[in-house]
Design a protein around this ligand. Sequence first.
Ligand code: CAA
Length: 439
Amino acid sequence: MNVGIDAVAIHAGKLRLDLAETLAPALDEEPEKFTKGLGLHASSFPDVEEDIVTMGANAAHKLMERKGLTPDDIGRIDVATESAFDNAKPVSTYVAGCLEQVYDEDFHHANKGERKFACIAGTQSLDDAYNWIRAGRNRGRAALVIATDTALYARGDAGEATQGAGAVAMLIAEDPDLVTMSVEQGFGSADETDFLKPNQQFPSVDGKRSVQVYLARMREALEDYESVAEETHPDQFEYIPFHTPFPGMVRKAALLGYRHMIRDTEIEADLASAIGEQPRPDGFDDEAQYHDAVRDYMDALKETDAYAAWYDDTIEPTLDIARHVGNWYTGSVHIARASALRSAREAGIDMTGKSLLLGSYGSGAQAEIHAETVQENWTEEIDALDIDEQLAARRDISFEEYEEIHDVHNHDKEIDIDAFTTPSEEFVRDGSGPMDERT
Ligand code: CAA
């Protein structure tokens, strides 16, 4: 049975915070640290009337309208988020409530839930929907998966430059139009405390450690995936979308993944000789010496023409959207997939039948690797994305506006939201906070 993503719709936060021109000078940072080091140019920032419910509902509504669906076509709604405001009632019920305002039907028949495991929850929700359909429990209905987050950090946190906000709605169905998902999966999972939100809105982050944990879990997931997949070879995949908290993180993950996939192959033998004096990092008794050799080897590998060409073709196109929106947590890897396929469309590459390898990750921590196969109607799905129009329509905010709007989204601050709100055709917060408004 072929099951996977039938359609996707994206809703970006309506404001734009320029990192080089606006955030860097205010934080007394060099703009290049953000644009070159992190690889980010702007954050999509949530306007005052936006939250995870409005963004998720707007993305889902767009998707349903485009595919001509009504609530009766959908048997399951899962929201993946790490920005939830309710510890009991799932965000999917709030989203369904919004959607029911515009359809004559309701979602009484639909199984609703909320998935939490930091950023990997979006992919876990896809897995749940996939399993539900493959188990034959869907009674001909599709599943709606919505990954929605306001990825905000406390003011002054090192993560401030990686903020973002947006939602990705995905329809999971049999014989999908966009991609099928592989049965094979690989996992790397461990109890980690590098990024937490224990009953607090903004995360407590050990940023440097979080980077190392990401890489360690991703390596384990790749190893686990290789134990069940027939073959993993870097040229086998047209694109490899990774979870992208910032493109600089993906630079590190891609090098690790490439090194892992070429090890003990002819490619590695060729590269090892091209690298010349740098030894392959094995055969050391001393641990420090071994780590130095690994670092030197990886640095040299990164500089090879073969790696650079592979990175440009396979990884770079996955980062186009992230550079302009920042981290969307649960939506991030799904934006990376959309970005890659949009780039293929622009380059005139026929993707039908081609493979993607998805590297999902969530702090706390878990990585998942699975493959996807692009389906023949993928062009219609990608052409229907209006992400470029949304990004172009965003309003640039000054640093002073950013400070005020960040306060509006800070649950610990008492703010009169009516002072900021403007009327809208879309789903919006009504000024009394998400719980009061929707219960
Ligand atoms: N020109 C060019 N590059 C520059 C530069 C300049 N003037 N100044 C600094 N850089 C480079 C640095 O060399 C560094 O690159 P490398 O890592 O490749 O060496 C990069 O810019 C960032 O500089 P710092 O490491 O000094 O930056 P920082 O310590 O202030 O912040 C961070 C980095 C800790 C990752 C911070 O952004 C953070 O805490 N982010 C939130 C946590 C996060 O995203 N972690 C990622 C893994 S966890 C995850 O993926 C889950 C999730 O979604 C959060």
